[in-house]
Design a protein around this ligand. Sequence first.
Ligand SMILES: N[C@@H](CCC(=O)N[C@@H](CS)C(=O)NCC(=O)O)C(=O)O
Length: 205
Amino acid sequence: MKLHYSPGACSLGIHLLLEETGAPFEAVLTNLREGAQFSPEFTSLNPKSKVPTLVRDDGSVLTEFTAIAWWIAASFPAAKLMPATTEGVARALEATDYAVATIHMQGFSRIFRPGNFAPSEADHEAVKARGMEIFRKGLAVMDKCLEGRDHVAGEFSFGDAGLFYVSYWGAARLNLELPRNVAGHFARMKARPAVQRAMAREGLA
Ligand SMILES: N[C@@H](CCC(=O)N[C@@H](CS)C(=O)NCC(=O)O)C(=O)O
């Protein structure tokens, strides 16, 4: 397998899941700041110009964080990334979709790419402020979900990867104080050797 990633991007969540499996994979640097996602080489793999992009061993390409996270969990059962019950799987998908589609795409993207939401520069500060509201609310919602549990679906699962990368952005990029349960989850995730290996490869503290 080959994971196309950019350091500190949302692909970090998939990177750590691949590390959890223990399966061989190559991490291919696709530097978003340098526009590598728009190169013909990359768009021939993923015309969406996004990481994470996973090239599987049969050469087929899988995109979209939630689909990739679920596929990894389903394909490497020994890693125990798939919750054991239907309810657990539903909760893992619920948390992943909320982290990616709301906290990331609606919140963080407004803060870092206000121009994607409002063409006029005069509106950018208001767009960023709205993004920060959405991001903070997202963390507060996840904080409540984690009440009385260590991970989003009870036991550690693929559903923890989305919350991990948005927590990383909150702590390292936005300098936010994470809410108590989210901070505990973030610390537990950072203590995992697989997470440490993924972060080290991406050059993250
Ligand atoms: N819906 C996609 C979103 C992925 C995404 O937004 N990735 C960002 C990095 S965090 C990206 O590749 N951005 C490059 C760009 O927009 O030019 C998913 O779930 O994988």
